[in-house]
Design a protein around this ligand. Structure first.
Ligand SMILES: [Zn+2]
Length: 471
């Protein structure tokens, strides 16, 4: 079965064909965070979908070259650094560091490059593109000294978002608060400096100022990956105006199709509503971890629904994620016990033929819900044969080999953390108490272990002690 993705540009499922003639290298650009605060779980849902996409392409043998930008200058970062009374770079550093820590907690593979908008080399590339657009009559400097893209000279503008320019004017999608523009939808490529910007400014042929958000992505994507990309991803709220503008700017400069496939992740709701600070349902990853959940559990909870369906985040959903991972952990522990005497790689291909469904579901526009449904069906079936004692050690090893393969995409295996001395002693004492059928003592010891931040679960393979929240 070929790989297929839903392309926002055509609004259709399309077979995936890389631009690279060898057919093995894939260029992927993903819009990253604006580092003025901690990213929220809706942002991370999009980054996790992109991680799933990259990992599945790699499972299918592609070499993925991925870029994720860091927007470290815009209105919000400028306001933030002024409120904090520190230079812009100092203000954004804290949130860059936090962002990378969050990515690691969620086991998101780092991109090959994380370009920062304020890098002088990238600013030069942005200025270069704006010059080209002006020379082609696709941009102009207005009386307010800012430079704007002239959308009426780019007929394809509106194609990605599927509306035309008249609609843009009549629906009031774009606020007309910049009176110097020729068209209400013209967007800023270069924002002229004003006093509110303080020390944040770069020189340019149009006077001091700073780049607009959209040109940052066009310049950094083409500078690092070249004029044409296979995949460009983001959340649905990036479609307009951000990605629409990226197409206009880049294709206005190169005359070539910028991106082959546009993929967008649907919204995340919290308790059935749009996340907002005023509703009190706005969560960062830190908020989730502070409630005692692990990054692994958050990863699973945010990954388990198809990326084009809305995902409703709830605390019950986090509990379900914990339980689902517990079932996987128990299943793996039982298989390990059963297959202990079978060396790796001796299991043969016993499972291979009937196990392809998981990967084929992901080939079909990353249908993770179907893939996970299949996984849990198989867990149920195998547990039954383990209960009946009919699963051979070789077959058990085969399932574990299969798990290794699909976990290169899921990345949800528990860390095999060493138990700290005190926890190990208490666990040993509890195992003795259970052998002696001293249930009260066993429960006391469980509570003591819990107080140290560890959780005991009893399974058929004996007791399992894991860091609270799964590690
Ligand atoms: Zn972008």
């Amino acid at each position: 079965m070929p790989l297929r993705f839903f392309n926002t540009y055509s609004r259709a499922l399309e077979e995936f064909q890389p631009l690279d003639a060898s057919g093995r290298t894939v260029k992927m650009y993903t819009c990253g965070p604006t580092v003025y605060s901690h990213a929220h779980i809706g942002n991370f849902r999009a980054y996790l979908f992109e991680d799933l996409l990259q990992r599945h392409l790699e499972l299918r043998g592609y070499a993925v070259k991925r870029v994720m930008n860091i927007t470290d200058v815009d209105d919000k970062t400028i306001r933030g650094c002024q409120a904090a009374g520190v230079p812009l770079a100092e203000f954004t550093q804290e949130f860059k560091d936090a962002f990378f820590a969050d990515l690691a907690a969620l086991r998101i593979k780092p991109a090959d490059t994380f370009p920062e908008a304020t890098n002088p080399g990238h600013i030069n590339a942005m200025v270069g593109m704006i010059k080209t657009l002006i020379s082609r009559d696709l941009a102009y400097q207005a009386e307010d000294k800012s430079v704007y893209f002239r959308i009426k000279n780019f007929p394809a503008y509106g194609h990605l978002a599927h509306f035309n320019l008249d609609e843009l004017q009549s629906t009031g999608r774009v606020k007309n608060d910049e009176y110097d523009k020729e068209h209400v939808g013209d967007f800023a490529l270069w924002k002229a400096w004003d006093e509110a910007d303080g020390a944040v400014r770069w020189e340019s042929p149009w006077g001091p100022g700073r780049p607009g958000w959209h040109i940052e992505c066009s310049a950094m994507a083409t500078q690092i990956l070249g004029e044409q990309l296979d995949l460009h991803c983001g959340g649905v709220d990036n479609i307009f105006p951000h990605h629409e503008a990226e197409i206009a700017q880049t294709e206005g400069c190169t005359g070539k199709q910028f991106v082959r496939y546009w993929l967008h992740c649907a919204h995340l709701l919290v308790d059935g509503q749009k996340m907002s600070k005023s509703l009190g349902n706005f969560h960062t990853l830190r908020d989730v971890l502070a409630k005692g959940y692990s990054g692994r559990e958050a990863r699973y909870a945010l990954l388990r629904v198809h990326y084009r369906a809305q995902l409703n985040f709830t605390w019950e959903g986090m509990e379900e994620a914990r339980q689902a991972l517990g079932r996987i952990d128990d299943w793996r522990a039982r298989l390990q016990e059963r297959s202990a005497c079978v060396p790796l790689a001796e299991s043969g291909q016993e499972q291979a033929g009937r196990m392809l469904y998981f990967e084929e579901a992901l080939d079909d526009d990353l249908n993770i819900s179907a893939a996970l449904g299949f996984l849990f069906d198989k867990i149920r079936e195998t547990n039954r044969t383990l209960d009946q004692g009919t699963l051979t050690p070789t077959a058990a090893r085969g399932w574990l080999d299969w798990w290794e393969r699909i976990d290169s995409v899921l990345a949800i295996t528990a860390d095999e953390a060493e138990l700290p001395g005190e926890v190990a002693q208490l666990s040993e004492a509890r195992a003795q108490a259970r052998l002696a059928k001293d249930w009260r003592r066993s429960d006391e010891l469980r509570d003591q272990i819990a107080a140290l931040g560890w959780e005991v679960r009893d399974s058929k393979g004996g007791q399992k002690v894991t860091r609270r929240g799964g590690a």
